[in-house]
Design a protein around this ligand. Structure first.
Ligand code: SAH
Length: 403
């Protein structure tokens, strides 16, 4: 046993980085020196530490094949001092680019397309953007792939709208990768760390891709949020829907709804669904998605979720079930206090950050709700992130009287 322990320590030390040459510089896979089982135990323990005081934590749902799961791949473009064009990820907390040809997390086809574009830049005498001097053309390439449909969108993020040799460039790219279904040019001339700019031109195809999740079809455009791990997203959504236990006549709110994914799946089994989302492109997609799926009982609003809920509460509206899936910063007091006023019987809270979720749960628990179930899901293997679905139900007035 002792010998084993010693050996495993040795293996772990040697195995640090598990063969990935970018491990130390990239910093993306914080847990890759652990086996996948160890990673799952680590995330289970993290969830218990942060949320265990609210109720029992179910066993984390892991992935069968926890590699190459990212269906959205983003690469920054730049040049070394020696004049070599590179593309890849930013070194953690910096703007230095780590050149990556293939990554254990990313979709293989997306990686190949990015390498092709990097090679093509030289042939077409195109320069990558230089952030300090504000010169050059190509800033980033974003590839999104529909998991079920295989459709591929390539977004070329450029510093100016003027695209020399555009047609020849597009033809060559399509010749190398006929699997690409659409190419979009996004213009970002701002001094910003945001990848995408406001304006967009479709250079080839429809300008968006579609994908299928939980039996619903979704339109995904360059700018709208879409979960990056489709295999686990289905498990996440199925858990959320199971927790809501809809009977068919409920009034449902899908807050922070993105392109309407959760709401659309819920709408199949609810009276009506209202989705609210801040990103206007995502809302446009959500409206198209409702039509695409012939859903007539779902409505979307482009608004801050907190503000929207305050207005609903003021208007004396009611809801039976609220799904909420805020970004990493969690929700806010406007939203939470209005949810309490709307008094849904159930809240299904999906979170990619259990720390802010714990803060928000504490508020809801203090204000009439009880945590019933907590399910962690591994959406991002090899990273330290864990996603959680929490079911809260309204406490009946008599249930907190302890006898
Ligand atoms: N439920 C969706 C999206 C979750 S990601 C899905 O599963 O795909 C969180 C979403 O919250 C993003 O789409 C983001 O644009 C949106 N968002 C961020 N802040 C918001 C706010 N204050 N009000 C409404 N939506 C917000």
């Amino acid at each position: 046993m002792k010998q084993n322990n010693k050996d495993s320590k040795k293996i772990k030390k040697v195995g640090l980085g598990n063969g990935c040459p970018h491990y130390k510089k990239c910093g993306g896979c914080q847990l890759q020196n652990m086996t996948y089982d160890e990673q799952l135990s680590f995330k289970q323990a993290k969830t218990i530490r942060l949320l265990g005081r609210f109720c029992h934590i179910e066993e984390i749902i892991g992935m069968r094949q926890p590699e190459h799961y990212r269906n959205k791949v983003q690469a920054a473009f730049g040049m070394t001092r020696g004049g070599k064009i590179i593309s890849g990820v930013y070194q953690s907390s910096s703007h230095n680019i780590v050149c990556v040809d293939n990554c254990r997390l990313e979709d293989r086809k997306a990686d190949r397309i990015i390498v092709t574009i990097r090679k093509m830049l030289g042939d077409f005498k195109m320069l990558p953007y230089n952030e300090d001097r504000k010169t050059g053309f190509l800033r980033h390439v974003l590839v999104k792939r529909g998991f079920a449909t295989g459709e591929i969108m390539v977004v070329l993020v450029t510093s100016t709208p003027v695209f020399k040799n555009k047609n020849a460039f597009i033809s060559k790219l399509l010749e190398e990768h006929p699997e690409i279904t659409t190419i979009v040019q996004n213009i970002n001339n701002a001094n910003t760390s945001l990848v995408l700019g406001e304006s967009e031109k479709v250079l080839y195809g429809k300008g968006y891709i579609t994908d299928i999740l939980c039996g619903c079809k979704f339109k995904i455009s360059a700018k709208s949020f879409y979960q990056i791990n489709p295999v686990q997203t289905e498990k996440l959504y199925n858990t959320a829907i199971e927790y809501a236990d809809l009977k068919g006549d409920e009034t449902v709110i899908d807050a922070y709804c993105g392109i309407g994914t959760i709401g659309m799946v819920a709408a199949k089994n609810a009276g009506s669904v209202v989705g609210v989302e801040l990103n206007k492109d995502a809302v446009k997609d959500a409206i198209v998605n409702a039509k695409l799926n012939e859903m007539k009982n779902i409505y979307f609003y482009n608004d801050d979720a907190g503000k929207f809920m305050v207005e609903m509460a003021k208007a004396g509206e009611k809801a039976d079930v609220v799904f909420m899936d805020p970004p990493r910063a969690g929700s806010d007091i406007n939203f939470l206090s209005s949810v309490v006023r709307l008094a849904p019987k159930k809240i299904v809270y999906i979170s990619c950050n259990p720390e802010t979720q714990a803060r928000d749960l504490a508020y809801l628990v203090k204000n009439g709700y009880q945590c019933k179930k907590i399910q962690p899901v591994d959406m991002f293997p090899h990273t330290a992130h864990v996603e959680t679905v929490v079911l809260l139900s309204q406490r009946r007035p008599d249930t907190h009287i302890v006898s």
